[in-house]
Design a protein around this ligand. Structure first.
Ligand code: APR
Ligand code: PHB
Length: 395
């Protein structure tokens, strides 16, 4: 048996940042990650950082590479019915902007910093059982290098994602009183990474009668694009040429704008769901990030919510473990969930407004077009999108 103050399951953005923020507050932790380091550092996912997330990473001393190579964006483009409209962030959202910097790069920066600080991050270490959650010494039983071990903690933070052990453990404990709130969507996203310069300076969100498309990017030479596909679509259905043709069709603006094609280096299909598990705490087990909530990626909130959760949790745990003050941990779940539900609503709104549900009746299609027209013609409506997109400081 080994011992630490905070046992963290999962070395995604949530678990790694929590470990680093606790270290900055003099709290020791051990991070257990079931996958190899290379897998975790190269798993393509999100890439849009709210101003608040940028501020947290800078304040924690892990924002230098982000500031060197990240792309600051001051707006997005909405495209629909052959029209193009820009939503300007600074004028609508108090001068704030967003940063394009892939979560893979944040993970690499955090792993490097934890290891440089002699932090304990164990890769290929799978947590098997979380026990003693309402005792003074919860434990994590895990498998590493072919043997089983037990880690005794003061606190366990489950940062182990949607399919992780943390929430599953709570859902198997009636006394934990975990409620699930969820919604499935009748479509998925096919995402590609391509070695080609982006065909735009800012992100383009397009609603076309053929479906949704998003043009994002990772750098001046790497594009990141997404297509709405049926929920049961398989990669075999989507050879590269078909992807590029469909993207070009959905971004068509009738004004000569062209999508530049290039070699596709990564391809994946992600289901679309909204999900919240509440409360985000039971005894000495705390949930953070995707372990507690999932948002459809249309609002680019997943990574930002994970950062917000662990920023709150690190402060609450430090106050308790260092100063004996329990107000932070007692208020963690309610405070985190207020921000989560704001992001759930915004992500749902962006998803239903920009995607074409094949089963929806024409009335819904007209509502979506009307909502888009309202946003691009009313400063008040545009401000709603802008301030949610750059991130609300929800308390
Ligand atoms: N034992 C150890 N590790 C585990 C276990 C387990 N039993 N189960 C899951 N994990 C690990 C996964 O391998 C993964 O690396 O937990 C990690 C969870 O990381 P993420 O899924 O990235 O979740 P989170 O850190 O909350 O990140 C949230 O960031 O990745 C982006 O946009 C994405 O919304 C997501 C956000
Ligand atoms: C991305 O760059 O991966 C990205 C950006 C904005 C989104 C979703 C994904 O809404």
């Amino acid at each position: 048996m080994t011992r630490t103050q905070v046992g963290i399951v999962g070395a995604g953005p949530a678990g790694l940042l929590l470990s680093h923020l606790l270290h900055l507050r003099g709290i020791e932790s051990v991070v257990l990650e079931s996958r190899p380091r290379g897998h975790v550092e190269h798993r393509q996912r999100a890439g849009m950082l709210e101003q608040g997330t940028v501020d947290v990473l800078r304040a924690a001393g892990v924002g230098d590479r982000m500031d060197r190579v990240g792309l600051v964006h001051h707006g997005i483009e909405l495209r629909f019915a052959g029209e193009r409209h820009r939503i300007d962030f600074p004028s609508l959202a108090g001068g704030r902007a967003v940063m394009i910097y892939a979560q893979t790069e944040i993970v690499k920066d955090l792993v490097a910093r934890r290891l440089a600080d002699a932090g304990q991050v164990l890769f290929e270490a799978e947590a098997l059982v979380l026990d003693g959650l309402t005792t003074g010494t919860p434990t994590i039983r895990y498998r590493h290098e072919g043997r089983e071990h037990t880690l005794a903690c003061d606190v366990i933070a489950a940062c182990d994602g949607f399919h992780g052990l943390g929430r599953a453990t709570l859902e198997a404990l009636p006394e934990a009183g975990t409620h699930r709130f969820e919604r499935e969507y009748p479509f998925a996203w096919l995402g590609i990474l391509a070695d080609v310069a982006p065909s735009c300076d800012e992100l383009i969100y397009a609603r076309h009668e053929r479906g949704f498309a998003l043009h994002s990017m990772r750098s001046a030479t790497v594009s990141r694009l997404y297509l709405q596909v049926p929920p049961d679509a398989g990669l075999a259905d989507w050879p590269d040429d078909r992807i590029w043709d469909e993207l070009a069709a959905r971004f068509e603006d009738g004004g000569g704008w062209e999508l530049t094609h290039g070699p596709v280096t990564e391809k994946g299909i992600t289901p679309m769901r909204s999900f919240v598990a509440a409360p985000m705490r039971h005894g000495r087990l705390f949930l953070a990030g995707d372990a507690a909530h999932i948002v459809p990626p249309t609002g680019a909130k997943g990574l930002n919510l994970a950062v917000a959760d662990v920023t709150l949790l690190a402060s609450a745990l430090a106050r308790w473990l260092r100063d004996g003050d329990e107000t932070g941990i007692d208020g963690y779940s309610d405070t985190a969930l207020r921000r989560v539900w704001r992001a759930e609503h915004f992500s749902h709104l962006m998803t239903t407004m920009l995607h074409v549900d094949p089963a929806a009746d024409p009335f819904d299609h007209q509502l979506a077009l009307s909502q888009l027209r309202y946003i691009v013609s009313s400063a008040a409506a545009a401000a709603t999108v802008a301030e949610n997109y750059v991130g609300l400081s929800v308390v």
